[in-house]
Design a binder for this molecule. Structure first.
Ligand SMILES: C[S@@+](CC[C@H](N)C(=O)[O-])C[C@H]1O[C@@H](n2cnc3c(N)ncnc32)[C@H](O)[C@@H]1O
Length: 303
């Protein structure tokens, strides 16, 4: 069985706010907002949303683990870890960004209109910005306080529903969407035992309920043997074409916090396998000071 113990131990050293107590909600994204993993996952998220928006027909995004939607980088928790300094701060203000990264940076700029990096938008905020009025956003957040903050942020925003609900259970409640087009975005906290097993089961469930839908699952990189087991269980899950993307910015023996992260994209948009590698390479150049780690864009399941 894959467990998140190593990752959790690393995270504990970093923020001091996360403890491995199964079945308890200990994770708070405020400690990590804007870090390397966020830059990677949100840059990829924008590519998936833009692909969906190419067609006029409305689509639906189900964000199963939404967080609070917007993070103040001067918050004491962000100041304690300063993870955003090695993430978004490293590419903020760069003039040489590839075109495929521009929509992501524009979404961050929209929350920092004076050019000073003070706030970092989370996946719900980034998604809503790239969606049209007719597209529907469904957000689930299990933490009561975070969910209340999310409700406040999106008060009065059309076609946006917020639920204080378990994101894994939300698949049963909300899939398939009436639009029959869309993305299920699963960005679990990885603060509980067997979270890797849960995301594999979630990928299977999302596919069985919404076979033509896109599913994107973020995951932290752990020991290579654990990652091999994760890939094997995904390959055995009976999924359709599935792409695996990764950005690693630290060496394998790195213990301060996660060395990198990945995203599984089930039913990826046409051309993502060609579009992602140069974007990931640019991010790696920008975000890996020691030039350690690397990138990956591989078919986990081919058509
Ligand atoms: C990694 S953060 C999400 C960040 C957000 N997706 C973003 O990109 O801005 C994970 C979130 O999931 C929440 N959470 C933990 N377990 C959950 C569950 N079973 N269902 C829904 N939300 C959960 C945590 O409170 C946390 O806010």
């Amino acid at each position: 069985m894959l467990t998140t113990g190593t990752f959790q131990a690393a995270r504990q050293r970093t923020c001091g706010a996360c403890v491995l107590i199964p079945a308890m909600l200990s994770y708070r994204h405020q400690f990590h907002a804007g870090n390397v993993a966020d830059v990677f996952k949100h840059a990829m998220l924008t590519r998936l949303l833009l692909a969906l928006a190419k067609k006029d027909k409305p689509f639906c995004v189900l964000d199963t683990h939404a967080g609070v939607g917007l993070y103040d980088l001067s918050h004491p928790w962000s100041q304690k870890t300063e993870e955003w300094r090695s993430g978004i701060a490293r590419i903020w203000g760069r003039k040489d960004v590839p075109e495929s990264l521009v929509p992501y940076l524009e979404a961050i700029r929209a929350d920092n209109p004076d050019g000073q990096l003070r706030r970092y938008p989370g996946s719900p905020r980034i998604a809503r910005r790239l969606m049209r009025d007719t597209d529907r956003l469904v957000l689930c957040e299990l933490n009561k306080d975070d969910c209340a903050a999310l409700k406040e942020l999106f008060a009065g925003v059309r076609h946006t529903a917020i639920h204080n609900k378990d994101g894994f259970q939300s698949l049963r409640a909300f899939l398939p969407p009436q639009e029959r087009r869309g993305l299920t975005f699963i960005d679990a906290a990885f603060d509980q035992a067997d979270e890797f097993g849960r995301v594999v089961r979630a990928a299977k469930e999302a596919y069985s309920r919404f076979a033509t839908g896109m599913t994107a699952i973020w995951y932290p990189l752990m020991a290579p043997s654990a990652m091999d087991a994760f890939a094997r269980s995904l390959r055995a899950a009976g999924l359709p074409k599935t792409l695996q993307l990764e950005l690693t910015v630290h060496p394998e023996n790195w213990t301060e916090h996660i060395r990198g992260s990945g995203m599984i994209v089930v039913n990826p948009p046409f051309g993502l396998d060609r579009e992602a590698p140069p974007l990931l390479d640019w991010l790696w150049q920008a975000l890996s000071p020691e030039k350690a780690g690397g990138t990956r864009c591989e078919w986990l399941v081919r058509e």
